[in-house]
Design a protein around this ligand. Structure first.
Ligand SMILES: Cc1cc2nc3c(=O)[nH]c(=O)nc-3n(C[C@H](O)[C@H](O)[C@H](O)COP(=O)(O)OP(=O)(O)OC[C@H]3O[C@@H](n4cnc5c(N)ncnc54)[C@H](O)[C@@H]3O)c2cc1C
Length: 463
């Protein structure tokens, strides 16, 4: 009995010692690279540096890893992968780039070619960690095999790898300031439960995500959207933007945000139902009518169209064919998010929309799906539901702020630039915090690619 007590005491002391050495409390420390933010971009950089045997500290202000990456609902943007080829969903890089430039003429063509050209490498990397993101949704989208949430799948896979290579994030540790001067950054100041301390480093990587959930930052940089709910992580408050401003960093396109046209709000929670549209769902207004191309790829424009409808709302409507395909939709059903009926008339009654209108909308759209042409609004993607398979489901949605697309200006290696276009030495920004010229066209894939590229640059330049 005595022996057992002694061994329990030893285990407890060992655990306490391990925790203490993993985090030395409020005393200053040094490392080669400190990464701020344990989301997709930050974890990718940390994994690559640690795998190469480098000295890394990863700080995260929340009590868990993943940030907004955890919330990425539906698809990774990739083109020309073998998964897409096998499903007959083929698109050349040139055609993809032309499509993107048409949507956004400010897009950095060199970088979009670079990132999308590495689509297969990106997908293979995350799948080798067990993610199983193999289902070709369209010629530019790949999702999890069983329709599970994309983001939590990515985070689970990356976090296991982070554990395996031995990076232990310092949780509940918020970076509050940069050290150094306007030409070179030499570390950060962080704050945790025990107080403030400095982390001196040759390289500081800001991977803090965007500011979609920061009402103050939205009010300052994108005031036209202020007051709308956000679907992003509570950590997405734009801390790094305030940290780099005194260092003269250039900020670009700060007013450009991506809205989510499919936000369901209840009990103070904002949930993205984008997956329902990706699985083929359509949007109808409170008259039971479609009002736009409901898979238009510019979500902010979709939100604008939605805000022109009565009450600035729309309903997403799906049938059981979509439900059967997707674990995520099954999850929404379990959470009580969806209205449900065996008949279109019954669903219309629950939605409070005219039944005759809804019936006409769904029957007409079903014909478009069978013919492969949306004669009304020219929808081109994810036309898979013809509304012949009951039960039918709907949810009332409104727009919300999802992703911020402007940020800290960076060069091709994600080094931060000042307002004169010169590199601020020792400082990188990667992920949603950066304006990398790609305007968030598939952030989860961009982060995997550029997170590694930051690490490669550090490996090359820091001895
Ligand atoms: C609802 C929703 C659906 C989406 N759907 C998709 C999708 O289908 N496909 C897709 O590709 N993308 C999607 N996105 C976008 C994508 O998830 C994000 O843009 C991307 O994952 C951001 O990754 P990141 O690593 O830059 O930031 P994050 O993952 O947000 O990580 C940043 C981390 O930094 C931490 N942090 C912030 N400030 C500090 C500080 N001062 N000190 C320490 N830590 C700090 C945060 O807490 C967070 O953990 C979606 C986003 C949302 C919100």
């Amino acid at each position: 009995m005595k022996e057992k007590k002694f061994s329990i005491l030893c285990c407890a002391l060992a655990a306490a010692f391990a925790a203490a050495s993993a985090h030395a409390g409020a005393s200053d420390v040094q490392c080669e690279t400190v990464i701020v933010g344990a989301g997709g971009a930050g974890m990718r950089t940390a994994i690559a540096l640690k795998e190469a045997g480098r000295d890394v500290i990863l700080v995260e202000k929340l009590a868990f890893a993943g940030g907004a990456t955890n919330l990425a609902a539906t698809y990774m943007t990739v083109v020309g992968t073998k998964e897409q080829a096998a499903a007959g969903k083929v698109l050349s890089l040139d055609d993809y780039v032309a499509r993107q430039k048409k949507i956004n003429p400010n897009m950095n063509e060199k970088r979009i070619r670079e990132v999308r050209g590495a689509s297969q490498e990106t997908l293979d990397w995350i799948n080798a960690l067990g993610a199983n993101i193999t289902r070709a949704i369209s010629d530019y989208q790949v999702g999890t095999a069983d329709g599970r949430s994309l983001g939590s799948t990515i985070v689970k896979a990356m976090k296991s790898k982070l554990d395996a290579v031995g990076v232990v994030p310092r949780y509940e540790t918020r970076a509050v300031a940069l050290l150094g001067d306007k030409t070179r950054v030499t570390g950060i100041v962080v704050k945790d439960k025990t107080g403030e301390y400095k982390i001196s480093a040759k390289n500081v990587v800001l991977a803090t995500g965007g500011y979609a959930a920061g009402q103050e930052a939205i009010g300052k940089y994108a005031p036209q959207w202020k007051g709308l709910p956000s679907t992003s992580s509570p950590g997405a408050t734009g801390d790094a933007i305030a940290m780099v401003e005194p260092f003269g960093a250039s900020l670009k396109f700060m007013d450009v945000v991506r809205m989510n046209p499919s936000v369901y709000s209840a009990n103070g929670r904002n949930l993205s139902l984008s997956a329902a549209r990706a699985e083929g769902g359509i949007m109808v207004n409170s008259d039971g009518k479609r009002f736009c191309n409901d898979y238009y790829t510019d979500y902010t424009q979709l939100s604008r169209w939605m805000m022109e409808q009565k009450g600035s709302i729309a309903f997403i409507v799906i049938d059981d064919k979509a439900m059967q395909k997707s674990k995520r939709l099954q999850g929404f059903k379990k959470q009580g998010v969806l209205l449900q009926s065996d008949t279109i008339e019954g669903l219309a009654e629950k939605m409070g929309v005219p039944a005759a209108n809804l019936k006409e909308t769904l029957v007409t759209y079903g014909g478009y799906v069978r013919d492969g042409v949306d004669k009304q609004f020219g929808r081109k993607h994810n036309m898979s539901i013809d509304f012949t398979t009951p039960p039918f489901y709907a949810a009332q949605t409104h727009p919300g702020i999802q992703v911020t697309l402007g940020g800290i200006e960076v060069n091709d290696d994600m080094q931060v630039l000042n307002k004169q276009g010169k590199v601020i030495e020792g400082l990188y920004a990667v992920g949603e915090v950066a304006h990398d010229g790609l305007f968030g066209t598939g952030p989860t894939a961009i982060n995997i690619y550029y997170g590694k590229k930051v690490a490669d640059h550090i490996l090359k330049t820091t001895r």
